[in-house]
Design a binder for this molecule. Sequence first.
Ligand SMILES: NC(=O)c1ccc[n+]([C@@H]2O[C@H](COP(=O)([O-])OP(=O)(O)OC[C@H]3O[C@@H](n4cnc5c(N)ncnc54)[C@H](OP(=O)(O)O)[C@@H]3O)[C@@H](O)[C@H]2O)c1
Length: 314
Amino acid sequence: MNASSDLRTMRIPLKHGAGQMPALGFGTLISDLSLTITATRDALEAGFRHLDCAERYANEREVGTALQTGLAAGGISREDIFITTKLWNTNHRPERVEPAFEASLERLGLKYLDLYLIHTPFAFRPGDDQDPRDQNGNVLYDSGVTLLDTWTAMESLVDHGKCGAIGLSDIGLNELKPLYESARIKPAVVQVESHPYLPETELLGFCKQKGIVFLAFAPLGHGMRPGLLEDPVVSAVAARVGKTPAQVLLAWAVQRGTGVLTTPRSAARARENFDISALPEDAVDEISRIQIRERLNPVVTTGVPGFIPKVRGA
Ligand SMILES: NC(=O)c1ccc[n+]([C@@H]2O[C@H](COP(=O)([O-])OP(=O)(O)OC[C@H]3O[C@@H](n4cnc5c(N)ncnc54)[C@H](OP(=O)(O)O)[C@@H]3O)[C@@H](O)[C@H]2O)c1
């Protein structure tokens, strides 16, 4: 990438799928339903053309409403927008994959998806309860289905022309490697937590080598304070380049060759988070040399989401 590239509109071609994913994406993990509508609308107005959704976020219908409003307002067509949603853990059984996909499409008001991800590699007991537990509060996993079984059903969705690409989320290298080897259609995208405190260098290296797009969530450390937004190195770079810490963190992610998802909840923050520009290479390196290591979301080890509100009726 050269320093004059416009990070705001940069698109990453999918090697193992159709289309190009805008590097800068808007995440819809917002618990309040009316806020989901306004934040999604504000993100589209600010210029975001990549929406990350999930069945588990229980707000696909509201994202769809905002999307239809954005499209109707003119100037944007469906083809301009890259839309992802995710298969939840309770739908890993192959016969549940297509119905779950169709239900998401219906809620979003779409005819096709650009990307469908397996939300986590953990299969939960199949059924309508998205958080099945035993009487002691332990998660009920489903040992009757493998990740490859689920992946094969995902491949059929691509075969039938229903989505342009498929991928995985919250997966580690040890699970990704065998799946990658066995897959007929290779994962186009892997979505994981990543930021300067969790650079996931080895996973990123594997993805780059295999032509898989690495998509980072929680780039601002989920807005937790104290945290990345107050990190002294990030703040010093921000002061030097005349940008905010959030803009610096998002630019860093794109400049290291990843896609990135952020969740601004107001129009002003949507404009701020979209208005990123390339950092000087020495600033990128300085941030990459931060030694603090911290994972914020335990979902990768359990399949239980760390940031998700209690689910409401979808
Ligand atoms: N695959 C998975 O398991 C998984 C897990 C988590 C997230 N995700 C996806 O990734 C997306 C992004 O994750 P995330 O929500 O953790 O992202 P994030 O952008 O790191 O964190 C969002 C938080 O940062 C704050 N924020 C946003 N812009 C800011 C700014 N300019 N200055 C200061 N604070 C700012 C917001 O605070 P306010 O609330 O004050 O606005 C919000 O609470 C999610 O929406 C979802 O789509 C996926």
